[in-house]
Design a protein. Structure first.
Length: 140
């Protein structure tokens, strides 16, 4: 399992930095975010040090993500939230600040203070088909 001695989340996985732990197994750890967008905002991180999601072996990602449904349920139940977002940032352009893969589980309520700017666009004829094909070609 890759690790990075300078990484804050690797230190949390190793128990060298404290966290408010929710669950831990051989593949990952869930704990409360230190700067919650809403009460109960949790992070799910792999035990191994991977900077972005695309670096992760598929089996490691699957073993980690199996926890998401129960985590989402438990966070909602504990906070009385009406819903939750799963958010996962890759790269500084995508607002990734901590260089170790993490999934945010963010409890949501109607009218709360967390707003997305969601500038939905559209494709010109043929543009979407060509792009979907390029993406298919890139799947490995
Ligand atoms: P990002 O912008 O990289 O997706 O989010 C990083 C998240 O990690 C932030 O929400 C931040 O509050 C959280 N975080 C950063 N350092 C620590 C820490 O030492 N402990 C905990 N529990 N959360 C942290
Ligand atoms: Zn790390």
């Amino acid at each position: 399992m890759p690790t990075n001695a300078d990484c804050i989340f690797c230190k949390i996985v190793a128990g060298k930095i404290p966290c408010l732990k929710i669950l831990q197994d051989a593949h990952g750890l869930a704990f409360l975010d230190i700067g919650p967008i809403a009460q109960g905002h949790a992070l799910l991180i792999p035990a191994g040090h991977y900077v972005t999601l695309d670096e992760m072996p598929a089996e490691e990602a699957a073993a980690l993500l199996k926890h998401l449904p129960a985590l989402g349920r438990a966070v909602q139940q504990a906070t009385g939230a009406e819903g939750f977002n799963v958010l996962q940032n890759n790269g500084s352009a995508a607002h990734q600040l901590v260089q170790h893969v993490h999934f945010h589980i963010i409890p949501r309520r109607t009218g709360d203070a967390f707003h997305f700017n969601w500038p939905a666009g559209k494709y010109t004829p043929g543009q979407g088909e060509a792009l979907a094909e390029r993406i298919r070609q890139g799947l490995v």
